[in-house]
Structure formats: structure tokens, C-alpha cells
Design a protein around this ligand. Structure first.
Ligand code: GDP
Ligand code: MG
Length: 296
């Protein structure tokens, strides 16, 4: 029995614990108005994430922050409850002067760190601190096919310092496949030139396996997504899609767009990693900053 730690039993315990407590996962959508953010929120909830739920997901609204709006669904799968909250933000970019348009969003993100911090420094802490911190921020890039606009660069630069930013090319159905590929490359170059580190950040790869996996994802970022909240009948099956004169763009069909890649990254393959980086990196730097301030 030497060296036997009963890892199976430990894993079982961890699983049971998660099943009992469930977990929270928070996403935010950001970008200029009209790029399909609100539609994407619905797409996420209507797509397989929640259709797979064994129970009709219960809907609840958490109090509105002045302008931002959060929608929470409790998704239950195999006995585990996931509280998925998506925060929709009002668009910006309509004004002639877009200066400081990021302020309300940055403020919201920091407020959630602050809330968590306040709970954490209490003498009697809750066993489980409610987590409203933004684990992933999906940034919508307009499908111009050119380069990133100074506004988007500046916004993402600021965001990437405090949160995991996942850029996407919005309304990708308005670009040809070649345009999508070229635009994607340009955006990647732009981000590199401006030293904007989007998720999954190279600095945080844990080991060579992790690096290899994330390298494959980094090649595909930003995902070219299409959103839809209507279902249509295609070959006898109901699919989520956009009906056009030329046919139906199926948002969950990987041959049509990269929404499935976005969903899988967020909700499946990298969910825990997004939470870990939020806690260990972004929240940590907020915490250090705040505690230094108050010690002065
Ligand atoms: P928001 O201002 O970013 O929240 O954008 P909305 O979700 O309100 O969408 C604005 C308009 O764009 C609506 O008419 C949507 O139907 C449309 N729209 C949303 N997503 C897409 C998309 O992926 N492709 C196209 N072509 N139109 C979209
Ligand atoms: Mg909207």
C-alpha cells in the first residue's frame, strides 16, 4: 500500500463537493453598439450549453447595475449546478467623443473584485464567498476587414490588464471566408504590435502540453462568430441560425462560423482556467494594489 494515496477517492470527494456547492461562472460582453452582443448572450443561453441541461434552467435576474445588465441561468448537468451569469453592456462608439467610454465597464469589473475583497478580509468569512467577478470578457470587434481601430486597441489594452479578454470578430457572416482569415491575421498582428495580451495569455501557460493546446487556440483567435436567437427547421432538425436569402447560417455549425469554438472555450475546455487566472492573477493584482493603498 506504500505510496497509495487513494486518488480515486479524493477525486470522488472533490466531485461530490462541487456537486453540493455548485459553481459560479461569469462572462461579460463588450463592444460597440449594434455588433450583436445582446444577440450573442441569447445565443449562448439557447445553444447546447443549456439545452443539454437536465432541467429547464431556472431564470433569475440579478439587480441591475445602473447601465449594465446581468442575466443568470442555473444550468444543471449531471447533478452539478452551474450558475452562469452573462453581463450585457450598453454599446459605445455612438458618440463623437468616445473618450473614457471604457470607464463604466472597468468600474464594474473592479467593483466585483472589491466586493470579493471585502468578504475575504472580514474576520468571520463566509465559507464560500459569492463570486461575481468577471471570468471572461468577450470583446466584439466590428467586421471592418481592416485593422483594429484605435478605440478598440485602447479599450482592449485597458481591459487586458484587469480581466481575461476574449476578442471575437462580430457578425462574421458579413465577411467572406478569405476576408475573415485575413482580418484575423491582422488583428493578431495588431495585438502583438501593441503588446495586448488576450486570453489565453502566453505568460500563463502551465506546461508544454498546456502551451501546445493554447497555441492552437491562439492561432484561431479572434473567433469569427455569428449570433442568432431564432430557431429554424433544417433537414427536420431545429437549429439556431440566421435566415437569409441564400440560406440559413447555422450558428452552432462549425462549418458556418466559429461560435462553437467560443462556446467550447468558455463553457467547456477553459472554464476552470478562466476562473483560476481571474483569481490568481487579476484578482490578486487588484488585492495587492488595494491593500498597499490602505497601508499607506
Ligand atoms: P448590440 O447592440 O451589440 O447588443 O447588438 P444586438 O444584439 O442588439 O444586434 C444588433 C442587430 O444586429 C440586430 O438586428 C441583430 O439581429 C443583428 N445581429 C446580431 N448578431 C448578428 C450576426 O452575427 N450577424 C448579422 N448579420 N447580424 C447580427
Ligand atoms: Mg445590446
Amino acid at each position: 500500500l506504500f505510496g497509495y494515496v487513494g486518488i480515486e477517492a479524493v477525486l470522488d470527494q472533490m466531485k461530490i463537493k462541487t456537486m453540493k456547492t455548485g459553481f459560479e461562472f461569469n462572462i461579460m460582453v463588450v463592444g460597440q453598439s449594434g455588433l450583436g452582443k445582446s444577440t450573442m448572450v441569447n445565443t449562448l443561453f439557447k445553444s447546447k450549453v443549456s439545452r443539454k441541461a437536465s432541467q429547464p434552467s431556472q431564470e433569475e435576474r440579478i439587480p441591475k447595475t445602473v447601465q449594465l445588465q446581468s442575466i443568470t441561468h442555473v444550468i444543471e448537468e449531471k447533478g452539478v449546478k452551474m450558475k452562469l451569469t452573462v453581463t450585457d453592456t450598453p454599446g459605445f462608439g455612438d458618440q463623437i467623443n468616445n473618450e473614457n467610454c471604457w470607464d463604466p465597464i472597468i468600474k464594474y469589473i473592479n467593483e466585483q473584485y472589491e466586493r470579493y475583497l471585502r468578504e475575504e478580509i472580514l474576520i468571520t468569512r463566509k465559507r464560500k464567498i459569492p463570486d461575481t467577478r468577471v471570468h471572461g470578457c468577450v470583446y466584439f470587434v466590428p467586421p471592418t476587414g481592416h485593422w483594429l481601430r484605435p478605440l478598440d486597441l485602447e479599450f482592449m489594452r485597458r481591459l487586458s490588464k484587469i480581466v481575461n479578454v476574449v476578442p471575437v470578430i462580430a457578425k462574421a457572416d458579413t465577411l467572406t471566408l478569405e476576408e475573415r482569415a485575413e482580418f484575423k491575421q491582422r488583428i493578431q498582428e495588431d495585438l502583438k504590435t501593441h503588446a495586448i495580451s488576450v486570453y489565453p495569455q502566453e505568460d500563463f501557460d502551465q506546461d508544454p502540453d498546456d502551451r501546445a493546446l493554447n497555441d492552437r487556440i491562439r492561432e484561431k483567435i479572434p473567433f469569427a462568430v455569428v449570433g442568432a436567437d431564432q430557431e429554424h427547421q433544417v433537414n427536420g432538425k431545429r437549429v439556431l441560425g440566421r435566415k437569409t436569402k441564400w440560406g440559413i447560417i447555422e450558428v452552432e455549425n462549425p462549418a458556418h462560423c466559429e461560435f462553437p469554438l467560443l462556446r467550447d472555450l468558455l463553457i467547456r475546455s477553459h472554464l476552470q482556467d478562466l476562473k483560476d487566472i481571474t483569481h490568481n492573477v487579476h484578482y490578486e493584482s487588484y488585492r495587492v494594489r488595494r491593500l498597499n493603498e490602505s497601508n499607506r
